[in-house]
Design a protein around this ligand. Structure first.
Ligand SMILES: *[C@@H]1O[C@H](CO)[C@@H](O)[C@H](O)[C@H]1NC(C)=O
Ligand SMILES: *[C@@H]1O[C@H](CO)[C@@H](O)[C@H](O)[C@H]1NC(C)=O
Length: 517
């Protein structure tokens, strides 16, 4: 883009950010926004959009972080034209969020009271990302201090010794309650739960970690007890004011086939998970007063199992009644094409698809653990959300809400990255935090993806179009390209001579929102 058009766009900016700005701190890989108990940058609310203007939010490698500007619409287009078609409506938005792991709670706990509140507001408050989904592990995961279950008494088929340990009261329950409270006036927070492993005594390998299956016959006591354990968990959480929307029968069930798997797991394939839902989990939830409205999300594993896993689950009408959708993780997305999601949707159009876990820094080659300020990781989040949603995924769930400087704690030493990293009395908002905010802030449950018609865009430019719950029009653009700055004019189908022109520099994310005519 030329100097003249840069100047033009600069002149069209008629309002500037008036909320607290990012206090940027530079690390080797880029900048983060530093926050403490008294100071943190806000995302300026969308507010009212003046006639003849659009609101633009910009995040880029140069340091803009959800920077809100107002842009005048013009009768002429410039650069590439992207046309939003609000009359071609695709899937409904389920929501966006992250996981209340023990490690998240441990990092929150390390902050002074006002620091904790400040961090919680970053995700669930009106000037934060406004998450509408939370994932809650049932007992321990690799992001816990130890491996623990809720009933470690061998042979306790009645679950007489089922109890929540102190970890739930210290690291999960108070923060989930606070998140529910922060979100109660802006659409609410929907929670889903997932177990990593049953108690060791229920597993063939006798340990929570490592591959193994439930002991005994598929209709035997281990299977029925394991289903009862879910209901006990929901009863217990409900008694602390925490209701659930959904549950996955098992986190990443395919990992349970590896006897040396490093952390907690349990093996199911599509057939055995389907049988467990049909004979045990589905009926146990339905017959419980606290859990009978909880829906099941099948699979909760990488997309290479699709569409086959969904075909097996939805073939049996009884199972299909219990299972509302399929959960997908993003690990190995580079290897398996995103079209597997569209194929799954086409074969099972009444079922939703939800991204149930993702994180960066899980592979040694990427640099294991946090990379502070690394913009590339914001791009991978935005790219995953855009391509998933363009293939019928209704929402996207991040992994740990907050980790420490090493990417833990994790008893399994599985250090990874997170959008918020806690460092002593401060915390840092990574570029990923803003990458997610471009979507979570505006696409609330009940919004819909709609069609966008595109010219041949430069390689590495990605677009998502939606209509927000209040009818306003939404487009997010991502430019992952290493060199090329792009100018894009956005218009709405059927409305001629009204364009919003934005510059999309290399390594940037831009959201454009305008009123319904
Ligand atoms: C919090 O951060 C702000 C902005 O960097 C700084 O001015 C203030 O002194 C910090 N407060 C504490 C208690 O460290
Ligand atoms: C469930 O609710 C019904 C109707 O209120 C009641 O009769 C029944 O005892 C309850 N069951 C349990 C396990 O609480």
């Amino acid at each position: 883009m030329g100097r003249a058009s840069l100047l033009l766009i600069a002149l069209l900016v008629v309002a500037v950010n008036s909320t607290p700005d990012c206090v940027s701190v530079t690390f080797k890989d880029g900048i983060v926004c530093a926050c403490n108990a008294t100071s943190c940058d806000d995302i300026e609310p969308l507010g009212v959009i003046a006639p003849g203007t659009a609101v633009v939010y910009r995040t880029n490698v140069q340091g803009a972080r959800m920077e809100r500007v107002t842009v005048k619409q013009t009768p002429q287009a410039e650069g590439f034209i992207v046309e939003l078609d609000p009359s071609t409506v695709y899937q409904e938005v389920i929501g966006f969020g992250g996981a209340f792991t023990d490690s998240t709670g441990i990092n929150l706990q390390s902050l002074p009271k006002e620091g904790k509140d400040m961090l919680m507001r970053q995700y669930f408050g009106p000037t934060g990302t406004e998450y509408t989904i939370g994932r809650v592990p049932i007992a321990s995961t690799d992001f816990s201090l130890t491996q623990y279950s809720y009933d470690d008494v061998d042979g306790d088929f009645e679950l007489k010794n089922f109890r929540l340990p102190q970890d739930d009261f210290d690291y999960k329950i108070p923060y989930i309650q606070q998140a529910l409270d922060l979100q109660k006036n802006s659409g609410g927070l929907r929670l889903f739960a997932s177990p990593w492993s049953p108690p060791a005594w229920m597993k063939t390998n006798g340990e929570m970690r490592g591959g193994g299956e439930l002991k005994g016959e598929p209709n035997g006591p281990y299977f029925s007890t394991w289903a009862k354990y879910f209901v006990k968990f929901f009863d217990a959480y409900l008694s602390y004011g925490i209701p659930f929307w959904a549950v996955t029968p098992q986190n990443e069930p395919t990992t349970g086939s590896d006897p040396n798997y490093v952390w907690q797991t349990l093996f199911f394939d599509a057939q055995t998970e389907t049988a467990f839902v049909k004979n045990h989990l589905g009926p146990a939830l339905k017959s419980s007063n606290s859990s009978n409205e909880i829906v099941i999300i099948g699979m909760d594993d990488n997309r290479f199992m699709l569409p086959g896993w969904a075909d097996v689950m939805f073939k049996d009408p009884e199972v299909s009644n219990y299972v509302a959708g399929i959960g997908v993780h993003w690990y190995e997305d580079e290897i398996y094409p995103v079209s597997a999601l569209t194929h799954t949707h086409e074969k099972h159009p009444t079922k939703f698809l939800l991204a149930t876990e993702a994180c960066n820094g899980w592979l040694t080659v990427q640099g294991k653990g946090p990379r502070l300020g690394y913009f590339f990781r914001a791009e991978t989040y935005a790219h995953s959300i855009i391509t998933d949603m363009n293939n019928w995924v209704g929402g996207w769930t991040d992994w740990n809400l907050a980790l420490d400087m090493q990417g833990g704690p994790t008893w399994a030493l599985n250090y990874v990255d997170a959008p918020i990293i806690v460092d002593g009395k401060e915390f840092y908002k990574q570029p990923m935090y803003y990458g997610l905010a471009h979507f979570s802030k505006f696409l609330k449950p009940g919004a819909h993806r709609v069609a966008v018609s595109l010219p041949t865009l430069p390689k590495e430019v990605f677009v998502l179009g939606a209509v927000m719950v209040d009818g306003r029009r939404y487009v997010t653009l991502l430019n992952k390209d290493n060199s090329e700055d792009v100018t894009i004019s956005i218009k709405e189908k059927g409305i001629d001579s009204v364009f919003t022109t934005v510059s999309l520099p290399s390594h940037s994310i831009v959201t454009v929102i305008w009123n319904k005519y």
